[in-house]
Design a protein around this ligand. Sequence first.
Ligand code: ZN
Ligand code: ZN
Length: 424
Amino acid sequence: MTQPKSGPSPLAGLDALTPELERLYRDIHQHPELSMQEQRTAAMAADRLRAAGYDVTTGVGGTGVVGLLANGDGPTVMLRADMDALPVKEATGLPYASTATATDADGNEVPVMHACGHDMHVAWLAGATALLAGARDAWHGTVMAVFQPAEETAQGAQAMIDDGLFERFPRPEVILGQHVMPAPAGAIGYRPGTTQAAADSLEVRLFGRGAHGSMPESSVDPVVMAAATVLRLQTIVSREIAAGQAAVVTVGALQAGTKDNVIPDEALLKVNVRTFDEGVRAHVLEAIERIVNAEAAAAGAPKAPEITTTEHYPLTVNDPDRTARVAAALRGQFGDDRVHERAEPYSASEDFGSFGTQWGVPSVFWYVGGIDADIYNKAVQAHRVAQDIPTNHNPRFAPVIHPTLETGVQAMTAAALDALADGS
Ligand code: ZN
Ligand code: ZN
């Protein structure tokens, strides 16, 4: 883990780089792009990689960008940032707020906003890759920068993998990623093991038999079938999951029928599942299938229900050994008081884990606070964090640029340097 300090630290170049990174950040914030439409953002990322001397491949899995910087013998280290924005109307009131609109995948005109901070992630990775390129005497190996599309729709990582990421590029020793979160700006959080939930979105189509509302004896009523199913699904978490385990089963949509005197033919449920353990996840998904089928059978449904997975985010699991190394590198960079181990995983989900899980490579994902520290600490004292601090995906969510920008660049660079120190 000793670093070959034959040149100045790459981080010495950060002060000079910060103004242009801030311009990049504001520009991307003002020009957000929906998932799988990140053409402009990807072009900006690719331009910056090329300018820093990286060998750049564009159009990987849609708009994905891969930059390689080979610098002698040593490990390959993959650094990942996501690029997409959300169909949210920005309400931050910032001078660089987005007023953009776009056409979504269903053909609807929607407002677009970087409400999850992926614009900050792009700026962080642009900064870290530039600093590493500017101080090549300080490390050996290969830096592999990955700008990923469509994290918000759970498509992007898989699209890059399906487009040959693992065959076309060198297999890294470790994969590193970071996310801006509602915590004091400048603070870093991490968690060994499971760090974010798995998410599964299901559509359940229940088939009945329609009839006149006055003649229920001629029907198999899918409204009643759906209602019974929704109630029974509540027993998965309350009756089948141990007290020390956690899971969420939410029926977010129940759609059936149009009119009081018409019994419809079918009903649709949209179900969202969050789990923190692969065994619990398998159990919950099996239980949903069992209950849905059993309720349909109990109702005398003419046809078995159809269950379709519409979105899947894997568990985000941090390799314990690699996480310990990243934490040590971050503590070395920032000091103990800015780097905290989190007791609980986040219930939000990420597709970052797909890269490491499917490639068989350890990965580490950590969090950088983006809320003005005074505002955050006042909310903590007033016990009003949940009420007063906008979370990611909120129309008022926007990180303060400083020190969030510098912190993410420093964190990614320090963690990358530690990983690149192997074998040199
Ligand atoms: Zn998000
Ligand atoms: Zn995000």
